[in-house]
Design a protein around this ligand. Sequence first.
Ligand code: SF4
Length: 432
Amino acid sequence: MKRIPCTGCSLLCDDIIVRTDGIYIDEIVGACLKGKERFDLVSSKNRITSPMIKENGSLISVPLEKAVENALKIIKSASKPLLYGFSNSSCEAQSAGITLARLLDAFIDSNSMICQGKTLKEASNSGIIFTTLSEVINKADLLILWGFNAAESIPRLLNKTLFSRGKFRMTGREIKTLIIVDPVKTASFGVMGVRDLSLMITPGMDLALIKTLKEECCSENSIPNEGVAGLDQDDLKRLLLNLREAENGVVFLGQGILRDPKGDQILKEILELIELINQKQQKGRISIIMGSGHYNMNGFDQVALSIAGRNRNLQFNNHELKESDETIVTKIHNADFDCSIIVGTDPISHLPQELSSKLASRPIILIDNKNTPTAHLADVIFPTSITGIESEGLAFRLDNVPVNLKRIVNPPNNLPSDKELLEMLINRLGGN
Ligand code: SF4
């Protein structure tokens, strides 16, 4: 039996026990359904286990060398390559991706750019404090899920934080208050207790709610009698009271905020509200945690910051980082690329149709281990080992704590890791 971290989501639970003979995984103990699905990928029918190229409109299996030849042909004839993905790869692969982008004078970004990377950027601009899960377990008395369906996106998060006992929270759940702000009654509402507060706001009214809370922070009794954003006056006062009185509160910022068309503005306003409350707080503080999805979404931000000094949107020119306001969205929208190298993600499914069809109109080189709509449209596919099961590496948990991922079984056909594959392309292109 071995104890390993799970890479099913960004919680990277490090208490999963597996029984394995190094070839098969016989038993998994402690993983949620989502985690179990991740381990099941090892023997999934949806797995790609040999390199493929597109010939006469169909994908065919080929030896690795033939796939490399085709990929190099595409890369060498391109002048504006695009590299994208990397949230499901180790930090070592992310670093190799940035090296490749520098070598090719390419643009590189991760899924984080259209997700929690926005939170990191806003939070670092405003100076808000990120906290860690250990702090939440040991000290938190208030947990707020804002646009964040923790129960389904990070299934064991509430077990570990809300229902746990901590060094200074020995009474556990009884002393912790949960507040959920969401326009949709998600599965997370199912864990609400009598002292908790469920705030189902009118869709699209987050900004009005935050504005009112900020006003009330500065001058009492500014909440209108009829309430705001579908919430009544008493509930809003209870929300503010909890924020002001918490010894150690944490706001989990979720995808619901980022998916809103005004997501950037909402994020900025929430962070300003927290800052305002912290200035007025007498006895405690409020901090934040990003509700990242993919297991190493935070890793790309950390790696890019340490290598390039920016956490996203890296454009290289003459092998140097160039100042640019471009994003993956503007690059694809303006068709400002001539091929793409996609790593561990499925943009054809995730991006809006206008962008995914533009992405598909140029050659795609895909590095991934499963069959997806992006795989169906790719020109070259390099299957790789599953990081955290078939290859090791480093990943950053949702609270930015580094976790070492382990290899417990051998990959089929000796598949390389994302990092090894990217390094091979770098070598073949004359890089170091
Ligand atoms: S919560 Fe996430 S990391 Fe933990 S077992 Fe489930 S999928 Fe794996």
